[in-house]
Design a protein around this ligand. Structure first.
Ligand code: SF4
Length: 414
């Protein structure tokens, strides 16, 4: 039996952001690892590689999608069903908008897919496919397989390969899907991570984790195991990690060079509203200075449109990113993803303005802001982005990146 695994991607700035952060996407690669030896596989990553073909040479199409990509996922699903193929939808959007997804699919896989394949394929072969598949408990990361390298070439991902370390997050930021998709934080055995890295033959990795450093002892052990491998790695974690000198030094010595942190906003009230008061925003400059001492590039989204934000937030954020010396900034309007408390609240308050999911891309205000108009929020974010990527700012940024990290690194940063 041949199964096509597709990561759907709508053409948008959200896609460009994901492409910049490119590394093999967890959904299709972990599915391919789980299906190894069970089914013949084809893989399509529409974010970083190429579009899924119109004529799919397979019996079943499994399409993963997040909310901004949902309409593209449904377009593909409808196309393949018209061709008589069985279509399964998975990923964030199908997990949280299951009824809607079922209008376009034979079945929906909710949450982590690994534990679901065997039962789902058995039902399929017996002609008794259920409409919804969902595991009762988190998947044991001791049982995940290695990401395959034969279907999509690693070079596609700008030389950055990916290895799963942990899933989930102990925090519960109100706008974030992670703690709602992964109900617990789970960790992979360190020996398995080392083994996968060695076998991959790659030297540059994203350590896949939603909040890498939340378990200090695990991370110290992990970094000690990675240090002899002579690799470079990137990850996502909270900036507060820089407050732990021993952990930071161990991370740097094991190859950390680029860190994605969730600064989000300089507004303490905004962070509190988002249940992210733990960010210690007043210490951001100090934390980033420490990371720079280890030559680590710091990247963060800056989000506009919290209820506490008025029109002053754009200038406040502009000053903030320069004061703290943030290396890479991704300005975005807040996206109320279905499945989050933020979405539920806005929906209950009648403030969701559209369910055209293609507009949930960070450029559009899809909800009524509290302290400014939709137009002011969109224009403010647009102006901020234009100014950030203006020629003058890019030249200034290149100069400071060169001073901080050297010319060749500066060339690779936006
Ligand atoms: S935004 Fe980050 S810290 Fe907050 S819940 Fe999501 S993964 Fe955790």
């Amino acid at each position: 039996m041949k199964i096509a695994l597709i990561k759907a991607s709508h053409d948008s700035d959200f896609k460009q952001y994901k492409k910049y952060q490119a590394s093999p996407p967890q959904n299709i690669f972990s599915a391919a690892a789980a299906l190894s030896g069970i089914a013949e596989i084809a893989m399509y990553d529409e974010t970083s590689y190429h579009k899924a073909p119109v004529d799919l040479d397979c019996e079943m199409a499994v399409i993963f999608m997040s909310t901004p990509d949902a309409l593209r996922g449904y377009q593909l699903a409808d196309l393949y069903r018209r061709q008589g193929k069985t279509v399964i939808l998975g990923g964030l959007h199908a997990t949280f908008m299951t009824e809607e997804a079922l209008e376009h699919a034979d079945a929906v896989m909710k949450g982590e897919s690994e534990a679901l394949w065997q039962g789902m394929l058995d039902d399929y072969k017996r002609g008794k496919l259920s409409s919804v598949y969902q595991a009762d408990s988190p998947f044991d990361l001791a049982n995940i397989g290695h990401y395959p390298t034969e279907f999509i070439r690693p070079e596609i991902y700008q030389g950055i390969w990916s290895v799963t370390v942990s899933r989930g997050c102990r925090f519960k930021c109100r706008y974030c899907t992670v703690p709602r998709f992964f109900r617990e934080q789970t960790y992979r055995p360190i020996g398995d991570i080392v083994d996968e890295i060695k076998r991959s033959g790659q030297r540059s990795f994203e350590l896949k984790a939603d909040n890498l450093t939340s378990d200090r002892d695990y991370c110290l052990e992990l970094f000690e195991a990675l240090a002899p491998l002579n690799i470079y790695w990137t990850a996502e974690t909270n900036l507060r990690f820089a407050d732990d000198e021993e952990l930071l030094e161990a991370a740097a010595e094991s190859g950390l060079w680029y860190l994605l942190v969730g600064l989000e906003t300089p507004s303490k009230a905004g962070l509190k509203e988002a249940a992210k008061g733990f960010n210690n925003v007043h210490r951001s400059a100090e934390y980033i200075r420490k990371l720079h001492e280890y030559n680590i590039v710091v990247d963060s989204c800056m989000i506009f449109g919290f209820d506490e934000h008025d029109r002053g937030i754009f200038d406040e954020t502009w000053s903030f990113i320069h004061d703290v010396k943030l290396d890479v900034c991704h300005p975005t309007i807040m996206i109320p993803f279905p499945g989050t408390p933020l979405y539920q609240d806005l929906e209950q308050q009648g403030r969701i303005l559209t369910k055209d999911w293609s507009k949930y891309d960070g450029n559009n205000a899809v909800y009524q802001p509290a302290k400014m108009s939709v137009e002011a929020l969109e224009a403010g974010c647009y102006d901020f982005t234009s100014r950030y990527f203006s020629m003058g700012e890019m030249i200034k940024r290149k100069a400071s990146h060169t001073k901080r990290f050297g010319a060749s690194m500066a060339l690779s940063l936006p």
